[in-house]
Design a protein around this ligand. Sequence first.
Ligand code: AMP
Ligand code: MG
Length: 416
Amino acid sequence: MTPLHDVRAMVLARCAIATPVRVARADAANCIIASDVVAAEQVPPFANTAVDGYAVRSIDVVDVPVELRVIGELAAGAAPTVSVTPGTAIRIMTGAPIPDGCDCVVMVEDTERVGTDSVNILKSVPAGAAIRAAGSDVAEGATVVTAGMRVTPMIEGVLASINATHVVVYPRVKVGVISTGDELVDDGSPLGAGQIRESNRTMLVRIVEEAGATAIDLGIIRDNEDELETALRSAVSTGGCDALVTSGGVSMGDYDIVKAVLSRIADMNWVQVAMKPAKPFAFGTLKNPAGVQIPIFGLPGNPVSSLVSFELLARPALRTMMGFGAAAHRPEVLAITDDAVRRQPDGKVHFDRVHASWGSDGRVHVTRKSEQSSHQLASTAVANALMMVPDGNGLTAGDNVMVTFLGADAGPTAAQ
Ligand code: AMP
Ligand code: MG
C-alpha cells in the first residue's frame, strides 16, 4: 500500500496545467486568471458625489447656518453645465459629477430648502467632504486582477468596472465521466435479477462541475472490453475530453475490465492507497490523436469509495490542471471529535464520514455517522466532512482530528 500523500504527488506530477485561453468575461466565471489584468480605465472615471445633497464651496459653509442660492441641479448621468460661485450651491444626486467651483458636498439631511431658489446649510463640512475622487477605486494602469486569482462574482464586477471584456484564463477541463458494470441500470427501467441503480456517474458529473470543470456524461459501459476501449478512445478523440473519470472495475474481480483495458491501451499506475475507503485506485494517461497525454482516474465502484477517491485524488489534480494552485486542495481543518472511534491497526488512514458544526467553544466539532460502509452513500450524503482517523486503535471523544470538508459550500454548519 502507498500512502495517500505519495499517490497524490504521483498523480499531480503527471497532470499538466492547461494552456491559457482568452475568453469573454462572462465565460470566465470561476476560472483562474492566467495573465494580469491592467486597468485601461480609472474607476470612478470622474470625481462624483457620494451623497445626495448640495455641492458648495467649503469656505462658504464655515459658519452655519448659512443661506446659499441654488443655481442648478445635477443628476447621476448628467454633465455639469454651470459652476458653483461664491454664495451659491448646486443640488446634486449620488454619482453625479462634481461641478467646477465647489470642493465639497453637504448631504441633504444637513440642509433645509428655502423656497425654490435657496437652501439653508445647517452643517459645516471640510473641503473634499463626500467627494469620491476619480480613480479612487481603481487607478488607470493599476494591476487590479492578477494571475492566480479566481474569477469570483466580485472579480467579475471589477472587470466590468474597468471595461475588461475579455480575460486570459486557464480553461475548464472537459472531464468525461464513465460508469462501468453489467449490473447497472439507469433511472426508470425496472430492476432485473442482480441489477442495481447506477448512482456514481450521476454524483460524479455534479462533483466534477462543482470542482470547476466541465463534465461530459459518457454513460454506462457494460463489462465488455471492446465496448470500453471504444468509449475511452472516442472520449479522447472526437469527444475532446481533457481528462477521464471512470468508476468500477479497478479491483480484483474477474470482470474488472477497466483494469484489463487500461493496462493494454494506457500508461497506468495501479495503486493500493493506504486508506479506507477507496483502497484500489488507478491513474494513468491515454494519448489522444494529437499526442497529448490525457489523464485517466480509475475510481473504485462502491459509491462512497468513488466519492472519497475523487475528492482526495482526482479533484486536486483536475483543479491543478485548471491553475488553481494551492486552492486545488480542500483545506484540512483541526476539529474535535465528539464521538469515540474504535478501529484496528491496518496500515491505513480511515476517512470516516462525519457531520461538522461550530461548537459553542468556537471550535469545529464532528459527530460520526454510524454507517461507514463503502456502499452506504445515503449516510455519506448527509455528512459534510471526512475525518482522518490515523492508523491505530482509534480515537477518544474530545480528541483533536483533521477534517476535510465536502461539497460546494465546504465548511462547518452553524452551532446546533
Ligand atoms: P466494482 O469496483 O466494479 O467491483 O464495483 C464495486 C461495487 O460498486 C459493486 O457492488 C458495484 O455494483 C458497485 N458499483 C459499481 N459502479 C457503480 C455505480 N456506477 N453506481 C452504483 N454502484 C456501483
Ligand atoms: Mg464492476
